[in-house]
Design a protein around this ligand. Sequence first.
Ligand code: ADP
Length: 192
Amino acid sequence: MINILIFGPPGSGKGTQSVKLAEKFNLSHHSTGDMLRAEIAAGTELGKKMSSIMSKGELVPDEVVIEMIADKIDSTKGVAGFLFDGFPRTVVQTDELEKMLNARGMKIDSMLVLNVDHDELVKRLIVRAEQSGRPDDMDPAVIENRINVYKAKTEPIIEYCRKRGIYQSVNGMGTIEEIFERLSGMIKKILK
Ligand code: ADP
C-alpha cells in the first residue's frame, strides 16, 4: 500500500487531479472537504456545526477530520493505496495520520505539492464558484482568508515532510492534462 498526500492551496487543483489519479492508479481518494460537504448536504448535526466554520474559510477542529479519516482507513480494502486530498491540513493532523498508518504497518510515502501563482488561484476559484455553487468560493474575502489559513496552518507541514524526505514539489500551472502527466510520472516512480 502506498500513501500519498496531495497538497496545495485552495484552487491549486488537488481535487480535480486526485479524482483522475485515483482512477489511473487504483488509489482510494479521500477528501475531507468532500466528506464535510456531504455532512452538510445530509443535514447532520455535525454538518450544521461545521458549515459556519467552513463558510468563513477557517479550519474545522482537528479531531473532526481525524475521526473521519480513521473510519475510512479501516473500511477501505482492495486498493493499491490511499490518496489524501485536503488532509492533513495542520501539523497535528499530520502527526495523527502518521500514527494511524504506522499502527497498521504503513507510512506516508510521499507529499506532492502543487505550486500555483496567487492570481491564478483566485481566478480558478471564481470560475469554480460559478460551476459548483460552493459558498466558500463566492466571496473574495473568504478566498483570501483560505489562502492565508493555508499559509499559516498548512504550509508548516511541508517542513515536516521535507525532514522525512518525502516532500516533492510540482508545477501546478498549465492545463489539467499537463499537470496530470507531471503527477502521474511522479506516482509511477513512487510505485517502482
Ligand atoms: P479547498 O482546498 O479548495 O479550500 P476543501 O474542499 O479541501 O477545499 O476544503 C473546504 C473547507 O473544508 C476548508 O476551507 C475547511 O473549512 C474545511 N476542511 C477540509 N478539510 C479540512 C481539514 N483536513 N482540516 C480542517 N478543515 C478542513
